[in-house]
Design a protein around this ligand. Structure first.
Ligand code: GLY
Length: 379
């Protein structure tokens, strides 16, 4: 076992896994080949955002199915995961609708498939996606540009979770270029996005010619200078993963610095996730996705620290997971979606505020399986 989990928490995780299996079986039966995002009236609809097959969350359902396939061995999960991967070919071929989030999309589908089954077609799809991500690299500013259109100089903290696709591609091909790009991006993000107190900017606008920092917009948090909780969570997990893939101490130190800030802020809010740690206290708005991502990041850090440090990260992860499961989980198999109260961005409207979102369920599943030693590395 990777972790020394207290027996009461193991019991909780085992109980949750049983409920996960029951709920996901019911969802699989209803959904067949649907690619879910946010349920409406308790039901997932197929690819229901304006970006269609290019939407950045389209891989998470597949990732969840591969995790459950690995943990439970149920072929039904594998069949549905493979169906998502095939549908994503339309996005790979269409190309222009894709942006930096190709890591989320293909690590959770093709790379997961390849890692678990050795499927050569999946490997090729994963390498194709890695080349698309590497193609977004700006060598003058040493960063991977975010989104498309006139945002040539935008770097965002979320992309720390996409660069594991590049670490994988280097390992797979023996060509270090992909990993160099990933490390350069991680280093530039430390300079431009990670603040001295351990909080993070969501976005920095850099000069695409020189890399000079021109502006720090507010992004998906409350305002410029605030502290969007999901962004902080992406950073904790993203830097911990960069440490995993490179062994560079700087990345673990950065992950820990941001984690300490995140833990302090979660403790301040009864271990429940507000959308932004520096927003007005009224109204309280939650974003469960930040909590689930942060919990996985804290568990990742716990793998690399010594025995006297481990409990800090383990205890915080367990408090976050258990308090969110108690407050937000919907285990009724008649409703799609498990973890409620996810929010896409602080100022977004009611359709995407405090609702179940597919990636909250993915990271919750990964965290629970991690606690039981039944997860596999998707990143
Ligand atoms: N695009 C990543 C996020 O909304 O967190």
């Amino acid at each position: 076992m990777k972790y020394d989990v207290p027996s009461d928490d193991v019991k909780w995780a085992e109980d949750v896994l049983k409920k996960l299996n029951a709920k996901l079986s019911a969802e699989c039966f209803r959904m067949k080949g649907v690619i879910p995002y946010i349920p409406q009236d308790g039901r997932y609809r197929d690819i229901d955002t304006g970006e269609g097959i290019y939407w950045w969350t389209n891989g998470f359902w597949s990732g969840m199915l591969w995790q459950m396939y690995y943990a439970a061995g149920d072929e039904g999960y594998r069949t549905l995961a493979e169906a998502v991967e095939e549908r994503l070919d339309e996005a790979l071929e269409g190309f222009e609708g894709l942006y930096h989030d190709v890591g989320f999309m293909w690590l959770h589908s093709s790379v997961a498939n390849y890692r678990l089954t050795g499927n050569a077609v999946s490997r090729r799809r994963g390498l194709h996606a890695a080349n698309i991500l590497a193609g977004r690299y700006n060598p003058a500013g040493k960063f991977i540009r975010a989104w498309n259109g006139d945002r040539a100089g935008w770097i965002i903290i979320d992309c720390m979770m996409n660069i594991p696709l590049l670490y994988w591609a280097s390992k797979e091909t023996g060509d270090p270029r992909f990993a160099y790009i990933a490390q350069n991006h991680a280093d530039t993000a430390i300079q431009t996005l990670v603040r001295p107190d351990g909080s993070c900017n969501h976005i920095a606008v850099l000069s695409p010619e020189t890399g000079e920092c021109l502006e720090i917009p507010g992004g998906q948090g409350y305002a410029s200078g605030s502290s969007w909780s999901r962004g902080q969570a992406w950073a904790v997990y993203g830097y911990a993963l960069s440490f995993r893939h490179t062994g560079r101490q700087r990345y673990l130190d950065t992950a820990k610095k941001i984690a300490h800030y995140v833990i302090a802020n979660f403790a301040q809010h009864s271990w429940l996730p507000v959308v932004d740690f520096r927003a007005p206290h009224d109204p309280v708005k939650y974003d469960s996705t930040a909590a689930m991502i942060a919990a996985c990041g804290l568990l990742e850090i716990a793998e690399y620290v010594g025995e006297y440090e481990k409990p800090l990260y383990m205890d915080a992860a367990l408090k976050i997971l258990r308090s969110c499961e108690k407050a937000f989980a919907d285990w009724d198999s008649e409703h799609d979606g498990i973890i409620g109260k996810g929010t896409t961005a602080y100022h977004d409207g009611p359709a995407t505020t405090e609702v179940p979102i597919i990636y909250a369920d993915y990271f919750f599943t990964e965290a629970v399986l991690r606690l039981l030693g039944k997860d596999f590395l998707i990143w």
